[in-house]
Every structure is written in C-alpha cells, then in structure tokens.
Design a protein around this ligand. Structure first.
Ligand SMILES: Cc1cc2nc3c(=O)[nH]c(=O)nc-3n(C[C@H](O)[C@H](O)[C@H](O)COP(=O)(O)OP(=O)(O)OC[C@H]3O[C@@H](n4cnc5c(N)ncnc54)[C@H](O)[C@@H]3O)c2cc1C
Ligand code: SF4
Length: 800
C-alpha cells in the first residue's frame, strides 16, 4: 500500500481524505494536525464565541471516524520540515514519517499587521478553537474589547464578544465595513446595523500600537486617540501557510501554486484548501476547498480527469439579525446596477447586470433571495425575460418553482458544498425523506443553517414520503393540516369546535381533533372563543390528573417551588381530611396529593385555597428554580425571583403540549434548566435563555435562544418564544420537536431578532390570552383566600 501523508487536519484536508476514501482505499494514511482537536467546522467558531454552540457541537469527524478508516492521527504534532528528495516529513516531536504521496492542507494563519505590541497578553487572533476558548475565558460583562478589522471575521468576533457582555469597539482602516464584499451604501447599512446591536464602529482609523506593560491596556490610533482595551482581537486578514512548500522546493507565489488537477510543481506533492493559489487566486472560504478536494481525490487515486476551474465567491455574514450576502462582481463598471433600499426597514439590495446576465449581488437586511441570485450567477442565465422582476419576483415564482428552475449543479449548502443534484440523489438512492436524515447523509444544512428552508423545499418537492409535520392532515374528521386549520379558523372567524366540525369536518369529531381544535381556538382568539369543555381531554374536564385506579392526583401551584409554612399546613390538613394515600414531592419540586376521589376534587381545591398547578394539562406546568443569589455562594442571578415571575406570567395558559421550565442562578445548573422547554441560565452580568430542551423519553440539550443582560430582557425573550411556540407548533408537538423541526435560527429570527413591531404583536397576543385566563380550580368554587391570587405585578417590583 502506498503511504499518504496529510499535513493539516482542517476542513480542506479532511474533506479531501473523505473523498479519497470514497475511491478505492489504496493508501495507508497518516494525518498531522498541530491543533489538539479533531477536525471541526471552523466556520462555526463564531457561533461558539457567541455561546450558540459548544466546542463539541462543531466537531466534524470524531476520533472513531479516524479509527474506523484506519487513519493514523498525529494530533498536536506540527510538521516542521519536508524532505522531497528522501520523501519524508519531520514533526516537531522529532518523528520522521516517510511518504509516497504528500498532501499539504496547511490552511492559513491570521495576518499580523505592522502594529507594535501584538505580543502582549490578551491580544488574540480569531482563527482556531484555542483562540476562541481563550476569548471566552476573558470575555465577561464590562470587559472592554477592541477588534482590529471590520471584515467578516472581525464583525463576527465583535458580535460574539458583545453577546458575552463585552463593551466592543471595531476599528477599521477603510471607509466601509467588509469593503471587499460591500459597496459604500451596503457598508453604511451594515454599520448602522452593527451600531444598533451595540457595537461601536470606528471607520477610516488606523491602529499603530497595543499599549500596556505586559498585557494589553489600550489600542493607540494614528490620530493619537487611545481606546481603552482589556482584550484585543486582531482580525486583519489571513495569509496562506506556505513555509513547508518552500522547504520542499515547490513553486509558491502568494499560495502554493496548483494546476487544474490540484498538482503542485512536485509530482508527489499535492495541495488543497486555503494554502493554495489556483489561477492566481487564494481562497478564504469553504466552498472552493470542497470543490478542490473532489478534484484532488480523483487525481491522487489514479482517476485523474475532473478539473478545478475556480469558484464563484459568495459571502454571508453569520450574525443573527444582521443579514448580509455578497457574491460576484458588484462593481458598476460596464454593468447596469439594479437597486432597492428602504431605510426604515434597513434593507439594501443591489444587483449588477452585464449583457443581461447577473454578475454580482449585494443584499443587506434581507438575504432570502440569495439562493436565486447564486443560481443565476453560477448558471449565467439569460435574464432578458425577467428584467422587470429581478428584485421582486412575480408571485408565481414561489419556492417550489425556484427549486425546479435550479440546475442540478446548483450549490444548496455553501458551507459544506452540497449541490441540488447530491440532495436529490440521496433522496432517490438512500431513501432520505426528513431533514435530519438529509443532514446525516449529505451534511447539507449542518453549517450556518441558512440553506435549511431550501433543503426542505427540495425534500418537499422530491421525496415521495416527505411529510412535514405541519402539513399532516389532523385526522379523518377534519381532513386539513394544522397550518391550514389555523388559517381557516382565523380567516373564517370560527369560534367553536362544533362550528369547525360542521363546516369543515364530519360534524362529529374525535378524541384527536376535538382537543386540538379547542386548543387552536383558545390560542387564536386569545381566550375569546366559545369554550366547549366536552371537547377537552378528561384531565382538562376535571382539572386533575387521572390515575390508573380511577382516582385523581392534585398538584397545587407553588410558584418557583417556593412555599410557606401556612401553605404546607393547609396541604397537610387536606391530606389528612381526605385520607390522601400518598403525598409526594415530584421531580419538579411540587407537592402531589395522589389518590383523591373524583367527587372530593372540588372540596379539596376549596380547602387548599391554592391555584391549580395544572400538572394534568397540555399547558404550562411549572418553573423549577435553584436558590440563586439569596443563599447560594455561586449564585450570580436571582433565579428564584425570575422563576416565580416566569411562572406567574405563563401559568393558566394552554400550550400545544406541556411546557416545563427552570431558572438557575449560574451555569452549575442545579435545577437542570438546559433540559427544559424554556430555561433561564444566570451568568455573570446576564442571562442565557435556552429553549427546546428535554429530559424525559427524549433527551435533548436546549438551544441557546439569546444572551441578555437584565432579568426583564430574559423574561421577555422567554415570553416571545413561548407565544411563538403556542402559535406555530402543532398540537401535541413538544418544544424540542418544534425547535428541531423549525430550526433554532428561524426561531431566533422570528422571536428575539424579529422587527420590533412583530415582537410587540407576539407580546400583545400573549398578554391578551393571559388576561382572559382563569384559574381552573376557581370555576364553580367559592372564592379562595385572596392572598393566594396575587395579581401580576410589574417585574421591577418583583425584583426590587
Ligand atoms: C471564525 C471564522 C469564521 C469563518 N466563517 C466562514 C464562513 O462563514 N464561510 C466560509 O466559507 N468560510 C468561513 N471561514 C473560513 C473557513 O473556515 C476556511 O476557509 C477553512 O477552514 C479553510 O480550511 P483549510 O483546511 O484550508 O484550513 P484550516 O481549516 O486552517 O486547516 C488547516 C489546519 O492545518 C494545520 N496546520 C498548518 N500547518 C501545519 C503543520 N505544519 N503541521 C501540522 N498541522 C498544520 C492548522 O493548524 C489547521 O488546523 C471562517 C473562518 C473563521 C476562522
Ligand atoms: S445553579 Fe448555581 S446559583 Fe443555582 S444553586 Fe446551583 S450553584 Fe447555586
């Protein structure tokens, strides 16, 4: 077997090895990587810095993959020399490894601009997982961070640090942020959006030095100003790593020179990724290196034929709420510009058209059409017929048509380089019919996530068994999807279950559709509907949880799990009076009275004088809390008060399925907030709001919705998600399935990063529902002890 040595365990090297393995495995493969982590998705470092993903979540190839493929992995070993005569490489551990074929995939390093003091402590690049970890260690609320460089990396670093609570300034030499991707107008929009997020932007300012003794204390600008800085990130560009190629005597310009078959000037040495220069171009994005890897794998395995002819560059900024896309040549020289801008919406679009073909595109504020433009750019489609609809396609050009028009070679997932053809192939040949299967088989949609809806469009159009949850018919009695039904109820202003069944169903209904319709009516009309109790589940009809022997269990509401001696006494008295066979502390910090006879229920509620804990319904259950700042020495936030308030804001509301929540005072997470439907996790100087977690039959770590500074902001984020879930999820769909199905990026976009008016509308509907909600145990009861029913107070008074 021939020996293949790969230098560089990054995205390009491993993507190429994956392709090589698809051909006949004919190599004994050794991979050197000077980072200590297995191959990971470097583009998602921005998400790690912003706290949206953990380091483990961005792993692309775990250790088992290397083992399974018989690959010798030399992690943490830097190759320091190549002897192309003797055909071996030397590692910094002194090892000498012979090769028959050498693959250089050494990537790039962060460029160090001529600034004094770059070697001081607390000055970092943003290139590796180690850089990101170091930044995360230091990025705390109140820390002053200066990012040098207003390109894609600099802005993503700035946003990540700002999310961690830092006070961030971006210093950029040029007059436009991302000037290589945006024209001055587009850049102005972007600057405005970064400033709206709270990031300070200084344009046309040159940095001369990092000041401070051993560690960075400030950043000196050419005009004499010194910006205070505890942390400095240098994001001033990248340089291909070409030293080894030099040593091997291989032709090098800016990068390692390769031809269309990815061959270097040495017949036994090949190169791929950011370290190469192809037809005079050095790339800094993933899509080209994946294309290069496929060609190289063919060349290296004796299947030489395919050629790499270059890649059309497209850039997308991965900052939630700041949508930026740029592709091709957007300069207006010899091209007709087509523009649209709306300052109020913060939307700027420019297309450049030459000879009736699209040659460039800039989108700021709304990137939803980026795939259409990429397809036109790649295919060179003649646009004469569509000239009047370039920016606003006619209504008939809906997503389905768009997909049909795309060529098979159109790239759908730019991050991982998956084409429409590859997706269709996986559907036809491997029976893929869900998004998660598609992710597993092709890796499409596992990068920045912006292609998720397009992937779903293809699945919808091509997969014979694709059944989107929302499109499933509710049941035989009302043969409409839940999406459709929601529209019908709204549009036709239907307010009772029977009305819906009479007009759109079989007039009778069943156990499946009646509770679902009841829920939808309640949610859509914010409680102002005709409630039909017989349409509800038995538990909802009797306001208690039926047990297997026909008795009921009763769980009084104890907000946040905080009770009082008086309440405990009352519960004990009730338990004795009604001979309750079992009094149990539940896993959710509540007291359960089990074994109560149906006829005793109203008397039990009256005697308890406490609101219903609703542990029986598809609705809000409880908020589990830890002791937080009051008593715990680790507590950084008052989790108890926040939890009580969250329970107070949501209690008595119906939801598509049960909703369990938790609030913890620090990341030690004693009340397990990260496996709840909604969790508040206290941090130094703020909160993380996480959603879609589960720890029952399904176990799922919740996704980060947003990081905020104040308790009120955290509660508002929770409210936005809560109402969004109520309105968008299918009946009986738990948050963890819902978030997975919709995608956390979309959830974020439509809740915490939605336009202000949309957020306000969600909050208004939630509050309207809340105002109409009544305590179930009060119905038909004598008024209970009024002190138990504290009206909603403004949060300030709760927290004071
Ligand atoms: C924060 C961030 C965000 C990004 N966002 C995007 C994006 O949104 N879209 C996009 O397309 N691209 C993005 N990129 C760029 C993308 O990550 C790179 O294009 C891609 O990772 C390059 O892959 P590569 O394998 O060529 O280089 P690398 O991923 O850098 O891999 C090279 C590896 O080789 C190792 N190595 C180098 N020399 C040696 C040696 N002598 N011995 C042993 N090991 C060695 C390096 O340590 C490194 O691990 C982003 C990059 C960063 C840092
Ligand atoms: S989560 Fe943190 S604050 Fe809460 S009890 Fe545990 S250690 Fe204390």
């Amino acid at each position: 077997m021939k020996r293949l040595v790969v230098v560089g365990n990054g995205m390009a090297g491993i993507a190429c090895v994956e392709q090589i393995l698809k051909h006949d495995p004919q190599f004994e493969i050794t991979i050197f990587g000077d980072e200590t982590h297995v191959n990971y998705n470097r583009i998602l470092l921005s998400s790690v810095l912003a706290g949206e993903r953990s380091a483990d979540e961005i792993t692309l190839n775990p250790v088992e993959w290397y083992v399974r493929n018989g690959i010798q992995l030399r992690l943490g070993v830097r190759v320091v020399d190549v002897n192309s005569q003797a055909k071996n490489v030397t590692g910094d551990d002194g090892s000498v490894t012979p090769y028959d074929t050498l693959l250089l995939a050494t990537g790039s390093s962060a460029f160090k601009p001529p600034i004094e003091g770059l070697d001081k402590q607390n000055v970092f690049a943003f290139r590796t997982l180690d850089d990101t970890r170091e930044l995360l260690l230091r990025a705390k609320p109140g820390v002053k961070a200066v990012v040098i460089g207003g390109g894609l990396l600099g802005l993503e670093a700035a946003r990540g640090l700002q999310v961690q609570g830092c006070d961030v300034t971006v210093v950029h030499l040029m007059s436009t942020l991302m000037e290589r991707q945006l024209d001055p107008d587009g850049g102005n929009y972007l600057t405005g959006k970064m400033e709206d997020l709270g990031v300070r932007v200084l344009l046309r300012r040159s940095t001369t030095a990092i000041v401070g003794d051993e560690r960075a204390e400030g950043v000196a600008l050419e005009d004499g100003e010194i910006l205070e800085a505890d942390l400095v990130v240098v994001a001033a560009g990248i340089r291909p790593n070409v030293e080894l190629a030099y040593k091997a005597g291989i032709q090098v310009n800016r990068g390692i020179v390769v031809n269309d078959h990815m061959e270097t000037s040495d017949p036994d040495v090949f190169a791929v990724g950011e370290c190469v220069e192809h037809r005079g171009v050095c790339y800094g994005l993933v899509a080209p290196l994946l294309e290069q890897g496929k060609v190289l794998a063919a060349t290296i395995t004796g299947n030489k034929g395919p050629e790499y002819t270059g890649t059309l560059l497209a850039t997308k900024l991965k900052i939630m709420g700041v949508d930026v896309f740029s592709a091709g040549d957007w300069s207006e020289q010899h091209a007709d510009p087509v523009r649209f801008e709306d300052r109020a919406l913060g939307v700027y679009k420019k297309l450049t058209v030459r000879d009736n073909k699209l040659v460039g595109a800039i989108l700021v504020g709304d990137t939803s059409d980026s795939h259409r433009y990429m397809d036109w750019l790649r295919s060179g489609a003649d646009l004469s017929e569509r000239r009047s609809h370039l920016l606003f396609p006619p209504p008939a050009s809906d997503a389905g048509l768009d997909i049909a028009e795309m060529s098979d070679s159109a790239t759908i997932c730019g991050c991982v380089g998956v084409t429409k053809g590859a997706i269709i192939q996986s559907i036809h040949e491997r029976g893929v019919c869900t998004l998660s299967q598609l992710k597993e088989t092709t890796r499409a949609s596992t990068g920045c996530g912006s292609c998720t809806s397009l992937c779903q469009d293809i699945l919808r159009a091509v997969a014979p068994d694709f059944e989107e949850e929302g499109k499933k018919v509710l049941c035989g009695c009302v043969p409409f999807s839940q999406d459709n039904l929601r529209e019908i109820l709204r549009g036709q202003r239907l307010k009772s279950v029977q009305e819906v069944l009479d007009i759109y169903g079989n007039g009778k209904g069943c156990e499946v559709c009646k509770p679902a319709l009841s829920y939808m009516l309640d949610m859509i009309w914010c409680g102002d509907h005709d409630e039909d109790r017989s349409a509800r589940f038995i538990n909802d009809r009797v306001h208690a949880n039926i047990q297997k022997d026909g008795t009921f269990s009763v769980v009084p509401r104890i907000r946040g799990g905080v009770t009082s001696p008086a309440e405990l006494r009352r519960i004990a008295d009730v338990a004795e009076k009604y001979n309750v066979p079992m009094v149990k502390i539940t896993g959710s910090q509540r007291i359960d009275l089990l074994g109560i006879k149906k006829e005793d229920l109203p008397k039990v509620w009256a005697d308890l004088g406490m609101p219903s804990g609703q542990a029986y319904t598809k609705g809000v259950r409880m908020v589990k809390t830890c002791v937080g700042t009051d008593f715990c020495r680790f507590g950084t936030q008052d989790s108890t008060t926040a939890g009580i308030e969250m329970e107070r804001r949501f209690e008595q509301l119906y939801t598509p399925h049960k909703v369990k929540m938790a609030s913890v005072g620090c990341p030690r997470n004693c009340a397990e907030a990260t496996v709840k439907d909604i969790g508040l996790v206290g941090q130094e100087g703020g909160w993380q709001v996480v959603v879609g977690g589960a720890a029952g039959k399904s176990v799922r770590k919740a996704d980060l919705l947003v990081t905020v500074e104040t308790t009120e902001q955290a509660l508002e984020a929770a409210e936005l998600f809560f109402q969004y879930y109520r309105e968008q999820a299918n009946y009986l769909e738990r948050t963890y399935d819902f978030v997975e199905r919709v995608g956390i990026d979309k959830v974020r976009k439509e809740t915490v990063y939605a336009p202000d008016a949309a957020k306000q509308a969600l909050l208004d509907r939630l509050r309207k529902s809340k105002a109409a909600a009544r305590d179930a145990w009060l119905e038909g009861q004598a008024p209970v002890n009024p002190t138990q029913f504290i009206p909603l107070r403004p949060i300030e008074s709760v927290l004071s």
